[in-house]
Design a binder for this molecule. Sequence first.
Ligand SMILES: C[S@@+](CC[C@H](N)C(=O)[O-])C[C@H]1O[C@@H](n2cnc3c(N)ncnc32)[C@H](O)[C@@H]1O
Length: 173
Amino acid sequence: MAAAEALTPGKALDLGCGYGRTAIWLAQHGWQVDGVDFVPEAIAEAARRAQAAGAAGRARFHTGSVAELDFLDGRYDLAVDVGCLHALTPGQLRRYHAGLKRLLSPGALYLLYTRLQEDTPEPETEGPPGVPQEAITHLFQDGFTLDKLEIGVTEMPDRPPWKSAWFWFHRVQ
Ligand SMILES: C[S@@+](CC[C@H](N)C(=O)[O-])C[C@H]1O[C@@H](n2cnc3c(N)ncnc32)[C@H](O)[C@@H]1O
């Protein structure tokens, strides 16, 4: 939120938007947002919540995969992924990266929150396995610079904590 507030509102992309909480917040702060999620029920609920929040004019929601972003066009100034990337297969991740390269304007900010692979992975864990940090930094060397990396631990009620990180990338030519 602080990162977005420091920017002049423009076009934003919410990858794996779920019920639209990030997209709706951005729309309420002047951004024109496209949210993408492959669960139709989530997209319907996001659209309903945007309507209820008076943000429907600025937030559009699309049922589709973040690995197949060909249906989107135009240059985005901001992309946000809160908890989607770690669900992708390696092939999907490569197509996701290619889509972001195409869609983001030079200088655009790409904010990624993801689960990271543990230093000593447990064989049985809940939820998607974490992504190796190096896999992300290596892939996004192509077309992006890493400005900041905040590694921490995500804690939720009734679940074991997991290693996670916020990556702050900028799109470069
Ligand atoms: C942990 S939820 C986070 C939802 C939302 N970003 C939030 O913070 O509330 C992850 C979301 O990513 C979506 N997702 C996972 N893989 C996807 C894919 N390949 N294409 C589109 N959405 C995907 C899921 O349907 C889910 O809504």
